[in-house]
Design a protein around this ligand. Structure first.
Ligand code: NDP
Length: 484
């Protein structure tokens, strides 16, 4: 098999196998063909990975930030050199079109390695004068062993978004990809070793939720960073709380995108397409509740349908294809179930709605109009190519409706009224907001959610605070005064 890795796990700088673990079949979503066979980590493998990360951590943290940063930046260069091959692997692992994977996966991972590699040398504490010559200084310290647990939509990116800041701060990592997409994180581990990372600094083990759960509860682990759904987030957060571990939770969403009647319709339609159909809709920050002001609703829907006719659906390895399959049969069936619910609850299906008659797990880009706030498709995260269009009349009304959700990952507004745009984003209950654009996530900017969509932020300098802690040192330059 062309995509069969040397072994299932990467521990202590080497590929490791234990065939006693539950079998994991890796399926190419475009054809349904098995492209690799792996094994879930047994308790022996979990133990090896945690020991390796624990043993490597002190020496890694003792390197200068410049040395750690140099290794991360070298890894970033290697990823960019191999972008095409890594993208081919990512396309086979996830089904996403090569047109997307060559610009949004290994390249995004490389950005994270480069950015945090660059920051590593400037991670410092501060000096705080207290008067009378006394002072405090702070030391920024690594947390220790960090666990990363990934979702299946951006496997390379997630492996790097978690690994890069963790390693920059002097932590070591055990990363568990989703068992649906286990291949590319192994490449990230390989590349880090090739770039000079000491063995044990970044380990990858495969497994289902039980493996993730055993990592989260292990006393050797200081921090858990999860990308996944809200129900999993709740479980992982609770398990981590028991050991008082640090957490970052990047969870799901049902984000609003508001289109006012003064917006540039072409841009708004582009935003709605990017925010609903990129990666076949399998993006956490997608703006799946598209609120369109009533006066432009029909014009918006007409233009949206015309533009969707230009989506090129097909073999994701064809560079002209812009819309691929969903990641798995299971996810496709979940999305189909929501489409049925949408119809049954009275939403107007204006585009798509069917499975495509070919091998693999292809679903048409689907748009419902006349969606109301209480319909299931407007309340629950679908994580597939299903857009809900809702109408609104006034700013006050749409603001309240946009925020009427347990989620708070992202939110966007399209308008040419400058003050209204800023008023709207000030009112959004969401961690990541967009004005006249949608779904950007550059490494320089904080990314994450409010409310049920998460805790903490990834990317940017803020991520450093989530992978390190401050030690405070009081220094007296005077005699110690005691009451007796
Ligand atoms: P899941 O929540 O099902 O799984 C996420 C990861 O957690 C998987 O690796 C999973 O393993 C693991 N896991 C499951 N149960 C446990 C447990 N009890 N303890 C520890 N680990 C566990 O999410 P999906 O993989 O289905 O991904 C889709 C979800 O991810 C969507 O809700 C989406 O919104 C969210 N997401 C959020 C992003 C963000 O940045 N905010 C980005 C991308 C996705 P296994 O797969 O074996 O069950």
């Amino acid at each position: 098999m062309k995509f069969q890795p040397r072994a299932s796990h990467f521990i202590d700088g080497e590929y490791v196998e234990d065939t006693n673990g539950t079998a994991i079949e890796v399926i190419y979503p475009a054809t349904g063909e098995v492209i690799a066979r792996l094994h879930s980590a047994t308790p022996v493998i979990v133990e090896q990975a945690l020991n390796s990360a624990k043993n490597a951590q002190a020496a890694w943290a003792a390197l200068s930030g410049t040395e750690r940063g140099r290794i991360l930046r070298r890894a970033s260069d290697i990823m960019r050199e191999r972008n095409y091959d890594l993208s081919v692997l990512e396309t086979h692992d996830t089904g996403k079109p090569i047109q997307e994977t060559t610009v949004a996966d290994a390249t995004s991972g490389a950005d994270a390695l480069e950015y945090f590699g660059g920051l590593a040398a400037s991670l410092t504490g501060e000096h705080i004068p207290l008067g009378g010559g006394d002072f405090v200084y702070t030391i920024r310290e690594a947390l220790g062993v960090c666990v990363g647990i990934g979702a299946w939509n951006y496997p390379t990116q997630i492996a790097c978004w978690k690994g890069a800041p963790a390693l920059a701060c002097g932590n070591t990592m055990v990363f568990k990809p989703s068992e649906t997409t286990p291949l590319s994180a192994l490449k990230v581990a390989e590349i880090l070793v090739e770039a000079g990372a000491p063995k044990g600094v970044y380990n990858v083990i495969q497994g289902y939720g039980d493996v993730g759960a055993s990592l989260v509860t292990d006393p050797r682990v200081a921090k858990v960073s999860l990308t996944g759904s809200v129900p999993t987030g709740r479980k992982v957060y609770a398990a981590a709380a028991d050991g008082m571990k640090h957490v970052t939770m990047e969870l799901g969403g049902k984000s609003p995108m508001i289109v006012f009647d003064d917006a540039d319709i072409e841009n708004a339609v582009s935003g709605a397409i990017l925010g609903n159909f990129y990666s076949s809709g399998q993006v956490c920050s997608n703006g799946t509740r598209v609120f369109v002001q009533k006066s432009i609703k029909e014009a918006f829907l007409r233009r949206l349908s015309e533009r969707l006719d230009h989506a090129k659906i097909g073999d994701p390895m064809d560079e002209n294809v812009s819309f691929g399959p969903m990641v798995s049969e299971n996810q496709m069936n979940i999305a189909l179930g929501y489409i049925e619910k949408g119809k049954a609850e009275g939403a107007r299906l204006i585009y798509g709605g069917e499975r495509i008659d070919r091998d693999g797990y292809f679903l048409q880009p689907t748009v419902f109009a006349d969606v109301t706030d209480n319909m299931t498709i407007a309340r629950e995260e679908i994580f597939g190519p299903v857009m809900s269009v809702l109408d609104f009349e006034t700013e006050e009304e749409v603001m309240a409706r946009a925020n009427d959700t347990e989620f708070g990952l992202a939110a966007g507004v399209f308008t040419n009224d400058l003050t209204r745009a800023h008023r709207i984003v000030a009112g959004f209950e969401a961690g990541t907001c967009y004005i006249n654009t949608y779904n950007l996530a550059p490494v320089e900017a904080p990314f994450g959610g409010s409310k049920m969509s998460g805790v903490g932020r990834e990317n940017s300098k803020l991520a450093i605070n989530h992978f390190s802690e401050m030690k405070t040192v009081y220094v007296s330059m005077n005699d110690v005064e005691a009451p007796y």
